[in-house]
Design a protein around this ligand. Structure first.
Ligand code: PLP
Length: 452
């Protein structure tokens, strides 16, 4: 069967707009399409493939587990699920775990839990949820309505009620909004989709204090920031507070679907048989890989390496910027980084992402002004260097096409516009482009795949 990008338009819901290629395989930090093109991957499946693509260790665990068990449901216990729960509670100090299959389900569970705790302990009126503008918590109807981007939840009929969105990091508004009727406050310690923005320490201290005062559960959505992504196993470890409930997903099983809610017994005990559940949540195969991931990623050595790699990424981006002055800064922690476009390129992160793709580099956006990088946590220097030279190639063309002069030309009457001038690329960029453009050349040879 011939599969191309247009197969997507033929048979899939049109709710994504994928780049013009079809991935066939991926190893480490490299992705190969079905035309033989090779790409450097700075996305890792949106912060999921924490150990790179198809890592040997994960393959071994999958092979070993699936000889014995793949799935049994939650009507029975299995060793893998319980072992992962043990590891997570030991690592974090939380007492109870509920497993699901995705980030949205983890948040859905946490929000339902907070409402149920408040209902049981204080009555039906304590049901208000505070969330923050530009936050993202997933796509189930409850989690997407709690998320701070209205356009994602509009147009689906009556929304879940008693949800208030207020500006992130705004202490005064928070003080005015929280009350005895608040049952939960949910936030990302680093807003991902919102543009890679960190919560201020002072803000978090106030949030914690007022949640305690008002008996409201503080939920940290660590779906993206968790599992070593930020340089600690969970990002809350870098803040002055500890949330009551943490939601986790993405990298937790290195590419297999999983999600988890961590909390204390005093909260978890409000979920009794029949209150909540999931067929696949805590799937044995996913949890066996989860055990491997937790063992590997929670060591001080691994976390130290993430921080070092992060520093190297930032150094490379800053060097590029000294040359091209296209960014106003780099935000984020660990390997969740946001390259903020300079004011002159406002709203153009999608255009830069597309340019990167054309050069053979896979990136993400976070908001219209931020190019987001979330590479594998064990990405090698050689892949970073190659990716950076592709980013430079992309940047040269992006700047030429979007500079003020070019934009003025574009808005002129077409008859007045002269033939385009050849874009002069800096010598170094030209040389590195000649040497390193990966996508154009069909380089997916066996030996390179092995190297990857
Ligand atoms: N929460 C955050 C912070 C996220 O970044 C995401 C996904 O990008 C989600 C929740 C939803 O996770 P999922 O897509 O696995 O449902």
């Amino acid at each position: 069967m011939k599969i191309t990008r247009s197969t997507f338009d033929e048979v899939m819901f049109p709710c994504y707009n994928p780049m013009n290629m079809v991935i066939k395989k991926a190893h480490g930090a490299y992705v190969f399409d079905n035309q033989g093109n090779k790409y450097v991957d700075f996305t890792s499946g949106i912060a999921v493939n924490c150990l790179g693509h198809t890592p040997n260790g994960v393959q071994k665990v999958i092979k070993k587990t699936c000889k014995n068990l793949i799935h049994v449901s939650n009507i029975f216990c299995n060793e893998y699920t319980l072992t992962l729960a043990k590891k997570l509670t030991k690592l974090t100090g939380y007492e109870k775990v509920f497993f699901v299959n995705s980030g949205a389900e983890a948040n859905e569970t946490a929000l339902k839990l907070a409402r149920r705790v408040a209902f049981d302990d204080f009555g039906a009126d304590k049901n208000e949820i505070i969330s923050f503008t530009n936050s993202f918590h997933g796509r189930t109807f409850f989690s997407v309505t709690v998320g701070g981007q209205e356009s994602y939840s509009d147009g689906f009929g009556p929304k879940p009620a008693a949800i208030t969105h207020i500006p992130y990091n705004d202490i005064k508004t928070f003080e005015k909004t929280i009350s005895e009727k608040t049952c939960a406050v949910i936030l990302e310690p680093i807003q991902g989709e919102g543009g890679i923005i960190k919560a201020d320490d002072e803000f978090l201290i106030k949030v914690r204090e007022l949640c305690d005062k008002n008996n409201a559960a503080l939920i940290f959505d660590e779906v993206q920031t968790g599992v070593a992504r930020s340089g600690t196993f969970y990002a809350y470890e870098q803040t002055p507070v500890k949330p009551d409930i943490v939601t986790s997903a993405k990298g937790l099983a290195s590419g297999l679907p999983i999600g988890a809610v961590l909390t204390y017994d005093k909260f978890a005990k409000h979920f009794v048989p029949g209150t909540h559940g999931s067929t696949f949540g805590g799937n044995a195969l996913a949890c066996s890989v989860g055990c491997y991931v937790v063992d590997k990623l929670s060591t001080p050595e691994f976390l130290e390496k993430v921080k070092k790699t992060s520093a190297y990424f930032i150094e490379c981006i800053n060097k590029l910027n000294e040359k091209y002055h296209a960014f106003s800064g780099v935000r984020g922690e660990g390997l969740l980084l946001g390259i903020v476009l300079d004011d002159k390129f406002k709203g153009l992160s999608g255009a830069l992402q597309k340019k990167c793709f054309e050069k053979g580099l896979l990136t993400l956006t976070a908001h219209a002004d931020v190019l987001r990088l979330a590479p594998a946590l064990n990405i090698k220097k050689s892949a970073i260097n190659l990716g950076m030279s592709l980013l430079e190639n992309a940047l040269v063309e992006f700047i030429a096409e979007n500079s003020a002069d070019k934009k003025t030309e574009d808005t002129k009457d077409p008859k007045e516009v002269k033939e385009p001038q050849e874009v002069k690329e800096p010598k170094e960029a030209k040389e590195s482009k000649a040497k390193k453009t990966t996508k154009a050349s069909k380089t997916a040879t066996k030996s390179e795949e092995e190297k990857a």
